[in-house]
Design a protein around this ligand. Structure first.
Ligand code: SAH
Length: 465
């Protein structure tokens, strides 16, 4: 199998320094499963290409890896494995190009972070349709992907399963190598090694700085850690960026209590809100509800007790809140508990687990997101997940004037990034509905004041198709 890396532009042969391999020589290394060679088909001042060729030795492979795994049939390797890029290539990158992968260059350290005009070419890689584009496009590569004929000598046999893949971008070499290290084995799901905890650590190390925010993060992790659901879930949980609400990890209890008193005694505002939303959801008699930013699951527990809705899914970015919810669920009878699924995730990433529900709820969640993330949330909820009904609640800022303990202009909770007036919420709700094929009605939540309105507000969206 072959990987070609080309550097174009002035001082193209800097590539040799970075790879720690002199362009004039062939560099050969023995690996557990075969031999890796690095050589330079071209090494001119304006264009320099390094080739990493990995020759897999099927017999050696069966001896070295197969024995440990209870024996792999040699037949598995009498196919396209030896030449299609796969997990072998990642091992070779880390063994043979490890200094470049890890961003070290003793002689010319300034080159490590220097963006270079790079092209990577994988003459053969197996991948699901469209996957190379989905993985490399978001990382800023120009992607060229061509399905190869099964056998060029017999065009009538049609296309095979392999692609030729070319990636172009101006970026430091080490980034390109890290992307390839993770994404090549994700594209080709066969793994020649046992996927264990070390692989999870490698994935997190090589994915640092880019994987957490990749729109296909979960897909990549699951494919990289193939057949190891537990490890994949752990990786995803560890990858979810801390700043996406981890500060919001305070529990909803605290939030409810933190709501400033009006001097009157009534059921807490939070209970009123949750009751209102639960009632509206129950009236729809849905099959499945997802509570986005569920916190400790107050809405879910209400729905569990008061309705027969068969599937209730809670999602939150705060693992602390979810642990609390899990501990409460453990105390319920199994038949009840089995109706609830708890998911760790962030609302600002497209997540296939959010698709296919009848109803989504966002109770006091919006105002915990930075305003510049709202647009992404809108896409995730209304375009991607697109449930038939969405209920969104948020504080009404105008009402804050009635809270005796709030400074003028102050927000109700330390993690709130903003609070909206009635008009602002109306405007947002109408724009989102119009943009995504929903109709919406906004209504007050809680007792209304003649000038300041109700303490909270709810938008009820319904998909129009
Ligand atoms: N809906 C719950 C909790 C409201 S508090 C209730 O009404 O009781 C706000 C919740 O939003 C917190 O649990 C916080 O962890 C969660 N949150 C904040 N940002 C998030 C994000 N990007 N994705 C998912 N949840 C998020």
């Amino acid at each position: 199998m072959l990987l070609l890396i080309t550097n174009r532009g002035p001082d193209a042969t800097d590539l040799g320094h970075l790879l720690h391999k002199h362009p004039a020589r062939v560099h050969e290394s023995a690996l557990a499963f075969g031999t890796a060679r690095v050589f330079y088909p071209a090494a001119g001042p304006e264009e320099c290409t390094a080739a990493l060729a990995v020759e897999v030795d099927p017999v050696g492979l069966v001896r070295s890896v197969g024995a440990r795994q209870g024996g792999w049939a040699l037949g598995q390797y009498v196919n396209d494995r030896p030449y299609a890029a796969s997990s072998f290539l990642s091992v070779a990158i880390s063994r043979v190009l490890g200094t470049a992968l890890n961003g070290r260059c003793a002689k010319r350290p300034e080159l490590v972070d220097k963006p270079l005009e790079l092209e990577a070419r994988l003459p053969a890689i197996q991948a699901p349709e469209g996957a190379p584009e989905r993985l490399f496009d978001p990382l800023g590569y120009e992607v060229e992907c061509r399905r190869l004929p099964l056998d060029p000598a017999f065009p009538e046999w049609g296309e095979g399963r392999c692609y030729e893949l070319r990636l172009r971008a101006t970026r430091p070499l080490r980034e390109l190598l890290r992307h390839l290290f993770v994404l090549v084995p994700a594209l080709d799901r066969e793994k020649h090694y046992w996927v264990g905890p070390e692989e999870l650590e490698k994935l997190l190390a090589k994915g640092e700085g880019w994987l957490a925010r990749h729109p296909e993060r979960d897909w990549i992790v699951r494919r990289y850690l193939w057949r190891q659901r537990g490890l994949a879930n752990e990786a995803i949980a560890r990858l979810i960026p801390e700043d996406d609400g981890a500060d919001a990890a305070e529990d909803a209890e605290e939030e409810a209590q933190a709501e400033p008193a009006t001097g009157r005694r009534s059921p807490s505002l939070h209970d009123q809100r949750l009751d209102a939303v639960a009632e509206r959801i129950a009236a729809l008699d849905p099959e499945s509800v997802v509570d986005l930013g569920c916190g400790e699951g107050k809405l879910l527990l209400r729905l569990l007790r008061r309705t027969r809705i068969p599937r209730l899914v809670g999602m939150d970015v705060s693992s602390r809140s979810l642990q609390y919810l899990e501990s409460r669920l453990e105390r319920l009878p199994p038949a009840q508990r089995s109706r609830v699924e708890v998911r760790h995730g962030s609302l600002i990433y497209r997540d296939s687990r959010l698709v296919g529900h009848d109803v989504a709820a966002l109770v006091e969640v919006l105002e915990h997101l930075d305003p510049d993330r709202l647009e992404v949330l809108e896409e995730v909820v209304f375009a991607h997940a697109a449930p038939r009904h969405v209920f969104v609640t948020t504080p009404n800022r105008e009402y804050n004037a009635l809270f005796e303990t709030l400074e003028p202009g102050g927000l109700r909770h330390r993690d709130h990034r903003f609070e909206w007036t009635r008009a602002e919420f109306q405007e947002w709700a109408k724009r989102v509905a119009a943009g995504h094929g929903y109709e919406v009605a906004v209504e007050p939540l809680g007792e209304e004041h003649p000038d300041h309105g109700a303490p909270s507000q709810m938008a009820a969206f319904r998909r129009t198709d």
